[in-house]
Design a protein around this ligand. Structure first.
Ligand SMILES: [Zn+2]
Length: 89
């Protein structure tokens, strides 16, 4: 028996991140981080942030990865292009 519950009322957690942060819907993430929904989808598609897509086609975004990705975007936006490359790859 398969039961597909509405995503709205389910507490999803990211199992790719330490601490298992919350997963939020794309609309919620966009509102939280002040991004257009399109930009959020682009970031997801380009791998800047991660999440899962439900069978209904809804996107759930890992809040930690969204915070990290938007933090990076803000850094890239900053005009003073000083040593941002602290992150080791
Ligand atoms: Zn995550």
């Amino acid at each position: 028996m398969t039961v597909i519950r509405s995503l709205e009322n389910v507490d999803y957690r990211c199992d790719q991140c330490p601490g298992r942060p919350d997963m939020v819907s794309d609309t919620e993430a966009a509102a939280t981080f002040g991004l257009p929904l399109e930009a959020l989808h682009q970031m997801f598609n380009s791998g800047l942030l991660h999440g899962v897509q439900s069978p209904e086609g809804k996107l759930l975004i890992c809040s930690a990865s969204a915070a990290e990705a938007t933090g990076r975007l803000k850094q890239m936006d900053s005009p003073s292009g000083s040593a941002i490359t602290r992150r080791k790859l």
